[in-house]
Design a protein. Sequence first.
Length: 122
Amino acid sequence: MHTVWLEGPDYVLDLLGARTATDSLRLVRRGGTVCVAGSLSGWLISDFEPIAMIPSGTKLTAFHSDTIKGSAGATVLQRVIHAVEAGVYRPNLDRVFALDDIVAAHRYMEDNRATGKVVVAP
Protein backbone atom coordinates (compact mmCIF):
# COMPACT_ATOMS: atom_id res chain seq x y z
CA MET A 1 0.00 0.00 0.00
CA HIS A 2 1.39 3.40 -0.97
CA THR A 3 0.99 6.46 1.23
CA VAL A 4 -0.71 9.46 -0.35
CA TRP A 5 -0.19 12.92 1.10
CA LEU A 6 -3.34 14.51 2.48
CA GLU A 7 -2.13 17.82 1.14
CA GLY A 8 -0.21 18.00 -2.08
CA PRO A 9 -0.26 19.63 -5.46
CA ASP A 10 -3.33 19.33 -7.67
CA TYR A 11 -1.15 18.54 -10.68
CA VAL A 12 2.25 17.01 -11.28
CA LEU A 13 3.97 17.27 -14.64
CA ASP A 14 6.45 14.41 -14.67
CA LEU A 15 9.18 15.03 -17.22
CA LEU A 16 11.33 12.02 -16.36
CA GLY A 17 8.96 9.15 -17.06
CA ALA A 18 8.82 5.64 -15.71
CA ARG A 19 11.43 6.02 -12.99
CA THR A 20 9.51 8.78 -11.20
CA ALA A 21 5.88 8.20 -12.26
CA THR A 22 4.96 6.17 -9.17
CA ASP A 23 6.62 8.78 -6.91
CA SER A 24 4.58 11.47 -8.65
CA LEU A 25 1.41 9.48 -8.02
CA ARG A 26 2.24 9.40 -4.29
CA LEU A 27 3.07 13.12 -4.28
CA VAL A 28 -0.11 14.49 -5.90
CA ARG A 29 -3.12 15.06 -3.64
CA ARG A 30 -5.89 12.47 -3.78
CA GLY A 31 -8.02 13.32 -6.79
CA GLY A 32 -5.17 15.19 -8.47
CA THR A 33 -3.64 14.54 -11.87
CA VAL A 34 -0.21 13.26 -12.88
CA CYS A 35 0.79 13.85 -16.48
CA VAL A 36 3.80 11.91 -17.72
CA ALA A 37 5.29 14.00 -20.51
CA GLY A 38 8.89 12.86 -20.50
CA SER A 39 10.68 9.65 -21.17
CA LEU A 40 14.21 10.29 -19.92
CA SER A 41 14.00 7.08 -17.90
CA GLY A 42 11.99 5.15 -20.47
CA TRP A 43 8.31 4.28 -20.66
CA LEU A 44 8.17 0.90 -18.93
CA ILE A 45 7.27 0.87 -15.24
CA SER A 46 8.40 -2.48 -13.88
CA ASP A 47 5.84 -4.37 -11.78
CA PHE A 48 3.25 -1.67 -12.48
CA GLU A 49 -0.11 -2.54 -10.91
CA PRO A 50 -2.52 0.31 -11.75
CA ILE A 51 -5.13 -0.53 -9.12
CA ALA A 52 -2.51 -0.69 -6.36
CA MET A 53 -0.33 2.18 -7.57
CA ILE A 54 -2.82 4.81 -8.75
CA PRO A 55 -4.62 6.21 -5.69
CA SER A 56 -8.40 6.15 -5.91
CA GLY A 57 -9.71 9.21 -7.73
CA THR A 58 -6.26 10.21 -8.96
CA LYS A 59 -5.74 10.56 -12.70
CA LEU A 60 -2.68 9.39 -14.64
CA THR A 61 -2.36 10.90 -18.10
CA ALA A 62 0.34 11.23 -20.73
CA PHE A 63 1.33 13.93 -23.18
CA HIS A 64 3.44 13.54 -26.26
CA SER A 65 4.67 16.59 -28.18
CA ASP A 66 3.37 14.97 -31.35
CA THR A 67 -0.15 15.49 -29.93
CA ILE A 68 -0.23 19.19 -30.86
CA LYS A 69 1.03 19.90 -34.35
CA GLY A 70 1.11 22.87 -36.67
CA SER A 71 -0.83 26.03 -35.86
CA ALA A 72 -2.60 24.42 -32.87
CA GLY A 73 0.78 23.81 -31.26
CA ALA A 74 1.95 27.35 -32.02
CA THR A 75 -1.12 28.79 -30.29
CA VAL A 76 -0.56 26.71 -27.15
CA LEU A 77 3.15 27.56 -27.11
CA GLN A 78 2.40 31.27 -27.46
CA ARG A 79 0.02 31.09 -24.47
CA VAL A 80 2.77 29.49 -22.40
CA ILE A 81 5.28 32.13 -23.52
CA HIS A 82 2.91 34.93 -22.51
CA ALA A 83 2.32 33.30 -19.13
CA VAL A 84 6.08 32.99 -18.54
CA GLU A 85 6.60 36.64 -19.51
CA ALA A 86 3.80 37.68 -17.15
CA GLY A 87 5.38 35.79 -14.26
CA VAL A 88 2.55 33.25 -13.96
CA TYR A 89 5.03 30.37 -14.07
CA ARG A 90 7.86 30.75 -11.64
CA PRO A 91 10.63 28.15 -11.78
CA ASN A 92 11.99 26.66 -8.60
CA LEU A 93 15.67 27.40 -9.18
CA ASP A 94 17.92 25.55 -6.77
CA ARG A 95 21.44 26.32 -7.94
CA VAL A 96 23.47 27.58 -10.90
CA PHE A 97 26.80 25.92 -11.71
CA ALA A 98 29.48 27.20 -14.07
CA LEU A 99 30.19 24.97 -17.05
CA ASP A 100 33.60 24.20 -15.56
CA ASP A 101 31.76 22.71 -12.56
CA ILE A 102 29.66 20.26 -14.61
CA VAL A 103 31.00 17.27 -12.65
CA ALA A 104 29.98 18.89 -9.36
CA ALA A 105 26.55 19.68 -10.82
CA HIS A 106 26.00 16.05 -11.76
CA ARG A 107 27.14 14.85 -8.35
CA TYR A 108 24.78 17.36 -6.73
CA MET A 109 21.84 15.94 -8.68
CA GLU A 110 22.90 12.30 -8.32
CA ASP A 111 23.19 12.77 -4.55
CA ASN A 112 19.58 13.98 -4.62
CA ARG A 113 20.50 17.31 -2.99
CA ALA A 114 18.66 19.49 -5.50
CA THR A 115 15.36 20.95 -4.35
CA GLY A 116 14.59 22.56 -7.70
CA LYS A 117 16.12 23.13 -11.11
CA VAL A 118 19.87 22.87 -11.45
CA VAL A 119 21.25 25.06 -14.23
CA VAL A 120 24.66 24.87 -15.87
CA ALA A 121 25.66 28.16 -17.47
CA PRO A 122 28.65 28.99 -19.67
